[in-house]
Design a protein around this ligand. Structure first.
Ligand code: GRF
Length: 202
């Protein structure tokens, strides 16, 4: 499965995907790593693995749509079939959504629909929930609102800070994201009135 990975930051989810492919656990091929942040460490991880990298500084574009058009152009040129947002901190527009309907996924560090938006881990700590976790979902026109593919749960301890909870959730992110992408690679993902059905493996 040819994938494109959109990044903005450290790229630990990108690294987990790279490692899963190397270990033969994910039948995918990273055709492009695209960052809106020129010095994102995710680009270093990609280059260490000789992956094609592209930097599209969002400041260059007056409109979000123009930024997305550039992203779509690179994804098309690279033969990407699934777009993986991994720590990508941009809101995407219909330009990108319409180019890859039902083929854009994202990971959010909370159990959606709880704690949408930024600093989800901090929201969970502040709220005082006993469990939180992460969610891999199909991206739709809302923010953190598309059909859910996989979730993982972690305990929230009284001693937890945003940092300690984030670290615990990140471990689960690195486990479920490659798994979710593998479901696409093995064509086990089906949508039935906005709910994701994962069919039996071969
Ligand atoms: C992760 O918590 C992810 O859930 C969020 O961005 C954070 C950093 O991701 N979307 P990464 O290390 O850049 O993959």
């Amino acid at each position: 499965l040819p994938i494109g990975v959109l990044v903005s930051g450290s790229g630990s989810n990108l690294q987990a995907i790279i490692d899963s492919i190397d270990r033969g656990r994910l039948n995918a091929d990273i055709k492009a790593v695209i960052s809106n942040v020129p010095d994102a460490y995710a680009l270093t991880r990609a280059r260490n693995h000789s992956l094609p990298t592209f930097v599209i500084p969002h400041e260059k574009f007056q409109k979000r749509e123009a930024f997305d058009e550039e992203v779509v152009h690179i994804l098309n040129e690279s033969g990407v079939e699934l777009v993986v947002m991994a720590g990508f901190m941009r809101i995407i527009t219909a330009v990108l959504l319409d180019a890859y309907p039902g083929r854009i996924v994202n990971i959010h560090p909370a159990l959606l629909p709880s704690f949408r938006g930024m600093h989800a881990q901090r929201q969970a700590v502040d709220y005082g929930v006993k469990f939180s976790g992460c969610t891999v979902h199909i991206v739709d026109s809302g923010v953190d609102s598309g059909p859910i593919i996989i979730q993982a749960v972690v305990p929230v301890l009284e001693s937890d800070t945003e940092e300690t909870l984030s670290a615990r959730i990140l471990q689960e992110e690195h486990r479920i994201y490659p798994q979710a992408i593998q479901f696409f690679a093995s064509e086990r993902i089906h949508l039935k009135n906005r709910k994701v059905i994962i069919s039996e493996g071969l």
